[in-house]
Design a protein around this ligand. Structure first.
Ligand SMILES: O=C(O)CCC(=O)C(=O)O
Length: 297
């Protein structure tokens, strides 16, 4: 039995993925949970995000640049803010919901889940007189985390409201986590979705798009190599979601040099403490808190 499993209510425990669900995740690279996040936790996060956009902070980062950090002067476009759980307590409370860690631990078949990063993503409502493209381009999260050792990282995507196809849901490419050659799949800011999928198809890949059309309280999980983006918001309402990027127990820093011989670093390395050997400590609890820990996965 998981030593921390009592942290979950009996109802939440009953909603954890079954062995069949875990096999589905392993085959397809994504999983959609039933509604597991309490309404109050989402409402609290919404209030926290509004305060965040007004400039209120409970914690500050030592750097202002080097990560996605939308500011009001950037205008009414897609707002992408990283590491918000280190800056606003309500978003930290959402990121640390034990049920997220418990689901992720089962999917990744690991005994511990830690935060790696997070992204608060806001898409303004569609306006007829304004042509703002709110598409998020295809990318694999792992392609942005070269100095992580693990290929078992995953992301929990939590919309703050019901999210149908018109409201700009996350969309994943089914089974893409098993494709090779994704090291440079970093097109978050390329809104031309068909440009990338046409190329993938020419390479012989079977492109099957699965929109994560969720009800409030549901969470989708995707494997770190799964290619995903999100459709533009075509609705009259804004779209908001929190992506919590998660580490399995085994993940640690590894040095990485790219094909051009350039040493690669990720922003996380600048935030955390160092190990005795000088390497960044990807289990620093102040930056990468444990969400879930169990005696057995
Ligand atoms: O919310 C979005 O549109 C993008 C989120 C994302 O890229 C992710 O969950 O990894």
């Amino acid at each position: 039995m998981n030593i921390l499993e009592p942290v979950l209510t009996q109802e939440q425990q009953a909603l954890l993925p079954t062995e069949e669900d875990v096999c589905f995740y392993e085959e397809h690279g994504w999983y959609i949970s039933p509604p597991v996040i309490p309404e109050s936790a989402i409402e609290n996060a919404i209030a926290g995000s509004q305060a965040f956009y007004r400039g209120e902070r409970d914690g500050t980062l030592p750097f202002d640049t080097g990560y996605s950090n939308w500011k009001p002067e950037d205008g009414d476009t897609v707002r992408n803010n990283e590491f918000v759980s280190l800056q606003k307590k309500e978003l930290k409370q959402l990121a640390l919901q034990p049920v997220i860690g418990a689901i992720a631990a089962r999917l990744a078949r690991t005994k511990e889940i830690r935060v790696l990063d997070d992204q608060l993503v806001y898409k303004p409502a569609s306006k007829t007189n304004q042509k703002v493209n709110t598409t998020v381009g295809w990318h694999s999260d792992r392609a942005y985390w070269a100095t992580c050792s693990s290929d078992n990282l995953l992301t929990a995507w939590i919309p703050f409201h019901d999210c149908d196809q018109a409201r700009g849901p996350l969309v994943v490419l089914d089974k893409s986590h098993r494709w090779s050659g994704l090291q440079n799949m970093r097109h978050f800011n390329n809104s031309n979705l068909s440009q990338v999928t046409d190329k993938l198809q020419k390479e012989g890949k079977k492109v099957v798009k699965i929109p994560m059309t969720l009800k409030k309280g549901q969470v989708s999980f995707h494997h770190c190599w799964t290619i995903h983006g999100s459709y533009p918001n075509r609705s009259q309402l804004h779209r908001q979601a929190f992506a919590v990027h998660l580490q399995d127990q085994e993940n640690h820093y590894r040095p990485y040099v790219n094909a051009q011989g350039r040493e690669i670093h990720i922003f996380d390395e600048q935030l955390c403490r160092r190990l005795p050997n000088g390497n960044p400590d990807f289990s620093d609890p102040n930056v990468f808190p444990v969400i879930w820990s169990a005696a057995s996965p």
